[in-house]
Design a binder for this molecule. Structure first.
Ligand code: NDP
Length: 349
């Protein structure tokens, strides 16, 4: 069986975090028959679940130790079952795993953070998570009401969860530079991480520089951006998988275009959490720690940055603390990002 050897970064609280993790967001499918008043809507993608469970199981077998999940993803029970089995089978010990989950918009009152984390622990069947993140800085009720809870209040709930040992580290996700500055200036415990979209299309230099200068580790979600077919549209920017510059760099090191991409992020001091349900890609994505991109290639790759966001939830853009630049488009919040009990798994509350 293949084996991968994934190094670690150290967080500002001294905890080690593997530099590459397994992402568990199965995505949402566009539903076309949503009715005349809703030209389209989204539902959680159920199809990938059995494949994801097999791929995650395989990932742990070959050496992955870091798993990224979230309450939102509706997969915590399944992720928990795989972890449980791997521990019982003696493949891995709990202390060797690094499990991240996230607190959704409905749980931003200080006291609700603990409610959310305890729910995740129950679903994951764990006593603690290694890292818990504030998924977004906005607070939105299940009815779509802007609750306008200051993320500084929410953060106090995170500090409390940390002090109770329910999480070993605490962090944020989707915070922009201004929000990071304000949080760092007004917290007792600084966030260990900021998980944001970073890929070749979206380099986020200012945010990465600020976080790194202040000892906050960056974790890159959607690390492939629009490179992979599931995300690329005819009008989405380069590089795609067949981009000649990327192909040439890959050839030079005997690596694939996706491996070059993940290696580029690692050399910028960034953790990546690519998602794949394909076993060969599970191996491929983690086989990036045996080569080094030279300075010229790092500079060439940096030039693809054009500020293009793959994840742009503009249906939240009028809510307080929406972190990204606004665009003219309008859209209702998809029901499945709002109403909790229509997930794939009835155990999700
Ligand atoms: P990714 O950039 O990981 O892309 C996933 C897609 O890439 C899938 O279609 C997958 O296909 C394909 N793929 C994976 N590896 C390869 C490869 N080697 N070659 C070709 N194609 C490949 O995007 P995600 O948006 O899923 O982000 C990763 C993770 O980040 C999520 O799973 C989630 O854990 C986290 N996340 C966090 C967010 C936040 O707000 N904090 C937002 C979005 C994501 P296939 O599976 O069919 O192999």
């Amino acid at each position: 069986m293949a084996r991968v050897n994934i190094p670690s970064f150290t967080l500002n609280d001294g905890t080690k975090i593997p530099a590459l993790g397994y992402g568990t967001w199965l995505g949402m499918d566009e539903k076309e028959d949503a009715g005349p008043s809703k030209p389209f809507s989204f539902e959680f993608s159920a199809e990938g679940m059995p494949k994801m469970m097999d791929a995650l199981s395989y990932a742990i077998d070959i050496g992955y130790r870091h798993i990224d999940t979230a309450h939102l993803y509706r997969v915590e029970p399944e992720v928990g079952k795989i972890i449980d089995k791997k521990i019982k089978d003696g493949v891995v010990k709990r202390e060797d795993l690094f499990i991240t989950t996230k607190v959704w918009h409905h749980f931003h009152r200080e006291a609700d953070v603990e409610v959310s984390v305890r729910g995740s622990l129950r679903r994951l069947n764990l006593d603690y998570v290694d890292l818990v993140l504030m998924h977004w800085p906005m607070s939105i009720s299940q009815d779509g009401v802007d609750e306008k809870i200051d993320y500084l209040e929410t953060w106090r709930g995170f500090e409390s969860v940390l002090s109770k040992g329910l999480a070993k580290s605490i962090g944020v996700s989707n915070f922009n530079v201004e929000q990071m500055k304000r949080l760092l200036a007004n917290c007792k415990v600084p966030p260990s991480t900021n998980q944001v979209e970073i890929n070749l299309n979206l380099g986020q230099k200012e945010l990465v520089d600020y976080c790194q200068a202040n000892n906050v580790l960056i974790v890159a979600y959607s690390p492939f951006g629009t490179m992979v077919p599931s995300r690329s549209a005819p009008n989405s920017p380069e590089p795609k998988l067949n981009n000649p510059t990327m192909v040439a760099i890959g050839k030079k090191y005997g690596k694939s275009v996706t491996q070059v991409t993940l290696r580029y992020l690692y050399q910028r001091g960034i953790v990546s959490i690519p998602k794949t349900v394909t076993p060969s890609r599970v191996v491929e994505n983690a086989s990036i720690f045996d080569f080094e991109l030279d300075k010229g290639d790092m500079e060439t790759l940096a030039k693809f940055d054009n500020g293009f966001r793959t994840v742009r939830p503009f249906f939240w853009q009028d809510y307080q603390n929406y972190p990204f630049e606004k665009i003219p488009d309008k859209m209702e919040i998809p029901e499945s990002l709002r109403i909790w009990k229509n997930g794939l798994n009835l155990d999700i509350d």
